[in-house]
Design a protein around this ligand. Sequence first.
Ligand code: FNR
Length: 179
Amino acid sequence: MRILAIPGSLRKNSSNKAILQFTRTLFPSDSTFILYESLADLPHFNPDLDDEQVVESVIQLRHELKMADAVILCTPEYAYGVPGSLKNALDWIVSSGELMKKPTSVISASPSFMGGDKAFASLTLTLTVMDAHLVEGSSLMIGSVAQKLSSTGEVTDSYTIAALKQMVKNLIQAALAQV
Ligand code: FNR
């Protein structure tokens, strides 16, 4: 099982990245879990570049998505929306279609008790129009995230841990059903 995990934050001490790092530990040990940390290397999406000269960073992202059996996106909310760098990455995938039918989980996390609900809704809408397979019972909004992580980035909240375990279980099941 190969999982591609994409954090929507570029921050070194990102809580979204920490959640994905923790989620890695919930997969069977023989899984390959790749944390994609190259959103900042992607050029601004431009359909002209897509037609003429696709750059290496875009080729690499498309390759990683193609190779993955399942994808997890974990995003903060900026100004009630999806961070531009994450939306930019998704824009590069619209024409190439690597997310089509791909078993996908969406997580949003925020210091606000709302859990980044607007970014979550927006990202879900984008993935739906891209025909990703949003796995039922495999998405999660995490509010008050600062209180749910230890100083070293471990998820410590038991409800969140249980929800992440269920998410992983459902995502694996969906991925296996597709093989
Ligand atoms: C935020 N933050 C934020 N939070 C939220 O719940 N709704 C929002 O609309 C915004 N908007 C926003 C704009 C800008 C410019 C910044 C810098 C921050 C707070 C944000 O959720 C918080 O910084 C998270 O910790 C970011 O996630 P990472 O980097 O910890 O993964």
